[in-house]
Design a protein around this ligand. Structure first.
Ligand code: R1P
Ligand code: MN
Ligand code: MN
Length: 392
């Protein structure tokens, strides 16, 4: 049995009931993207995306689809956060009781003094910033001094931007590893992120060399699947998000097109070998290249790119297999600021021969992991209610 899960990072489907606590009342990544930059998305519509509550199907939204052949629904996130780590850990059965720490005033001297000692240089910035603005505003000084640019956001992240000609990649990754060691206990942030950039002012981000250094998660459904003797193939950011725990094979990707191509190839290889396991992919461009940049046209183009590849992905699902398409939070590109938005996760499902299946409103993202465990015969007694029987 081959299960493939693809996360469309940040493609939220409307404010969660507690969105007000995050300042996100009214956010709707999918609707607002398509209203600002229309795209038909016929293949996502045919899976039932237009039937997910609040998703717009009138003009400026998805097309009406007479025949839906897929499972569709939306998912509540119970963990108190709207970042990638919180969402992906909850997918796989970890419901956080407390939010990851955030540092809206920047990181204290107790952290920065140790970080400076580890790099042997000073640092620049050390406050919340958009990652493209921060290299524009601090890049010239960084080129002169060689000091790393440190910044954060509404999320629990310690980000280090450095020019590839000033700080070699392996040095930047070593600085991230040093920061990861420092940022534990009372200073534990969910992720340290390497943000290399290149070129001349205002510079260009080297997204393909980004690396996330995550906290180690508690035991997840991925561990249970591995313990059941199944493969767990992490594609894109997935291995980083789970700190390589419960991952049996990692495949790096440069962008969404590369992630789609590598997922397709791995699905075909698994089907030929009659391999039983999970292929778990994160497509990050929606979030990193367009959501945080408040670029609805770019966001819409990325959705259209994925939609165009969907027929091949569906055709690669072997008999008896399944494909789930999810999202882990919102990042409404028409919203104020440059941060994520607190939204329902998208849930779409496909199996060869499936009809129209309403998967309803899931009480937690953890239903995904409970379903994956049941589908793959793994033992999981943690949070989440499986919807596997709705797909069989
Ligand atoms: O502005 P950039 O560098 O894309 O950073 C964004 O990426 C981080 C992880 O999604 C977010 O917390 C936000 O800070
Ligand atoms: Mn994300
Ligand atoms: Mn993000």
């Amino acid at each position: 049995m081959l299960l493939t899960i693809i996360v469309l990072d940040s493609v939220g489907v409307g404010e969660l009931p507690d969105a007000a606590a995050f300042g996100d009342t009214g956010a709707h990544t999918l609707n607002h993207t398509l209203a600002a930059a229309p795209a038909a998305l016929p293949n996502l519509a045919a899976l039932g995306l237009g039937r997910v509550p609040t998703v717009q199907t009138s003009p400026g939204g998805l097309p009406e689809t007479p025949e839906v052949r897929g499972g569709y629904g939306r998912m509540r996130e119970v963990s108190p956060g709207k970042d990638t780590s919180t969402g992906h850990w909850e997918f796989m059965g970890v419901q956080l009781q407390h939010p990851f720490q955030v540092f809206p005033e920047g990181f204290p001297p107790a952290v920065m003094d140790r970080f400076d000692a580890a790099t042997g240089r000073g640092h620049l910035c050390n406050r919340p910033y958009s990652g493209t603005d921060v290299i524009r505003d601090f890049g010239p000084e960084h080129l002169e001094t060689g000091a790393p640019i440190v910044y954060t956001s509404a999320d629990s992240v310690f980000q280090i931007a450095a020019h590839e000609d000033v700080v070699p990649l392996d040095t930047l990754y070593a600085w991230c590893a040093a920061a990861r060691e420092i940022l534990q206990g009372e200073f534990a942030v969910a992720r340290v992120i390497a943000r290399p950039f290149r070129g001349v002012f205002p510079f260009e981000r080297a997204n393909e060399h980004r690396r996330d250094f995550s906290l180690v998660p508690p035991p997840t459904v991925l561990n249970a699947i591995e313990d059941a003797g199944r493969s767990v193939v992490g594609i894109g950011k997935i291995p980083d998000i789970y700190a390589d725990r419960g991952i049996t094979e990692s495949i790096h990707t440069d962008n969404n097109a590369d992630g789609i191509a590598k997922t397709l190839a791995r699905m075909r290889r698994a089907a030929q070998a009659d391999e039983s396991g999970l292929i778990f992919t994160n497509l990050v461009d929606f979030d990193a290249k367009f959501g945080h940049r408040r670029d609805p046209a770019g966001y819409s183009g990325a959705l259209a790119e994925f939609d165009a590849a969907l027929p091949e992905l569906l055709a690669a699902v072997p008999e008896g297999g399944a494909l789930l398409i999810l999202s882990d939070h919102g990042n409404d590109p028409t919203w104020r600021g440059s941060d994520h938005t607190r939204e329902y996760g998208m849930l779409l499902a496909y199996r060869p021969g499936i009809g129209a299946v309403d998967l309803g409103e899931r009480a937690t993202f953890a239903d995904v992991g409970a379903t994956a465990a049941e589908a793959l015969g793994a033992q999981w007694t943690g949070p989440g209610e499986s919807f596997w029987t709705l797909l069989t």
